[in-house]
Design a protein around this ligand. Structure first.
Ligand SMILES: [Zn+2]
Length: 380
């Protein structure tokens, strides 16, 4: 059985949920530890807490993976008298690494919101907001002798993926001209030589903007020329392979009251705040794990009958009302932890399927510090 290192696990995760797709404010990746450390046991949780470190020590885990980053804002010190410092100190003392996969997992296909949608029984799930204007067109010019090699390299770098099709490209043939300068080391012709005239192909592929640097690196490696000509052209086209939130349909429409019952039971929460008509039937459902208030408008535009998310503040509930005060869509607000707890199962199963010989276990802890006080009928 081959040895699995931390970097093997993080590289696999980043092929699914690349760090480049994280939100600008986020801080994902390996936060504590040595990427070359061998992993036998990995503990998975939503948050890092003192109890979680106890659990990792007891399980002799070498790696903890959390959804929420521990190091989020710049730290000024790492001392045991403060929350972050105390946790980091303990991790290092016990030689436990910490890896965080946050908004890049939110943005990933089959990521957090897809898992939440599946948990609630939705089908035909897609992104609620595919990443807008994220696609670019990469155009390059290559001698015919190297066309197939360059096409293959760009395909392997993830370019030319359109819907269910891979390796999509368009090629036209034409003539390229160049005159090598004094210090040039040309593949065709010679330094200070005459003007060259080469039969070349113009190759076009589309790709998400965050893949441009890896694709252009692959292009430069596969291309025979000293100077590779290429254009990167922005497209007004969303990347449907990354995005925020999810939307799907219930196989059988339910009255909102029954759907609320499903939400609270499935997500193990004693209550939910909502706006909506309890008797209205709901079928098309939008969800977003974690703070999803900014997608309320998207959910309404996409024709959702109900939208389930967390951290909705009071004033935002008014956004779903029409001018008569009637809800245009049901808005359901539950706890942040409860909408994302599915992430623990998601990561555990995903990694378990890919790494033999490593024990991946989700925490037994409920890492949320938030409790619910259910009011009794009598006063005092
Ligand atoms: Zn969250």
């Amino acid at each position: 059985m081959s040895v699995v290192k931390i970097k093997d696990i993080t590289q696999a995760l980043e092929a699914w949920a690349p760090n480049a797709t994280q939100q600008s404010y986020d801080n994902v990746g390996l936060q504590v530890g040595d990427p070359n450390h061998v992993v036998n046991t990995c503990l998975i949780a939503l948050d890092l807490t003192p109890g979680l470190i106890d659990e990792a020590v007891e399980a002799q885990a070498e790696l903890i993976i959390t959804h929420h980053p521990l190091i989020f804002r710049p730290l000024k010190s790492i001392t045991t008298s403060r929350w972050h410092g105390a946790l980091i100190h303990r991790l290092i003392k016990h030689d436990i690494a910490l890896y965080c996969i946050h908004t890049n997992l939110d943005a990933a296909y089959d990521g957090v919101s897809f898992a939440l949608a599946e948990q609630l029984g939705l089908e035909q799930i897609s992104f609620l907001r595919p990443t807008p204007n994220a696609m670019v067109k990469l155009v390059t010019f290559v001698p015919l002798s190297h066309l197939d090699g360059v096409r293959e390299a760009l395909k392997n770098a993830g370019a030319g993926h359109i819907g269910e099709y891979e390796g999509c490209s368009f090629v036209t043939e034409g003539t390229g001209y160049f005159s090598p300068g004094e210090h040039a080391d040309p593949t065709i012709g010679k330094a200070r030589g005459p003007e060259e005239r080469v039969h070349e192909a113009r190759l076009e592929v589309e790709l998400p903007g965050w893949k441009v640097s890896s694709a252009t690196n692959a292009l430069q490696e596969a291309h025979p020329y000293e100077e590779v000509a290429f254009d990167v052209v922005p497209m007004q086209k969303a990347d449907t392979r990354t995005g925020m939130g999810a939307i799907g349909t219930l196989p059988i429409p339910l009255p909102l009251a029954s759907f609320l019952n499903r939400v609270t039971h499935t997500l193990e929460t004693p209550s939910a705040q909502f706006v909506g008509d309890e008797n209205a039937m709901v079928k098309r459902i939008a969800v977003c794990g974690g703070s999803g208030s900014d997608l309320i408008g998207d959910a309404m535009r996409m024709g959702a009958d109900a939208y389930v998310t967390a951290d909705v503040t009071y004033h935002r509930f008014f956004e779903v009302l029409d001018t008569q005060g009637t809800p245009r869509m049901a808005l359901i607000n539950i706890g942040h932890y409860e909408t994302e707890a599915c992430t623990e199962e998601l990561l555990t199963e995903w990694l378990d399927d890919r790494f033999e010989g490593v024990v991946f276990r989700k925490t037994k802890e409920k890492t949320s510090p938030v409790q619910y006080y259910i009011s009794s009928k009598t006063n005092g």
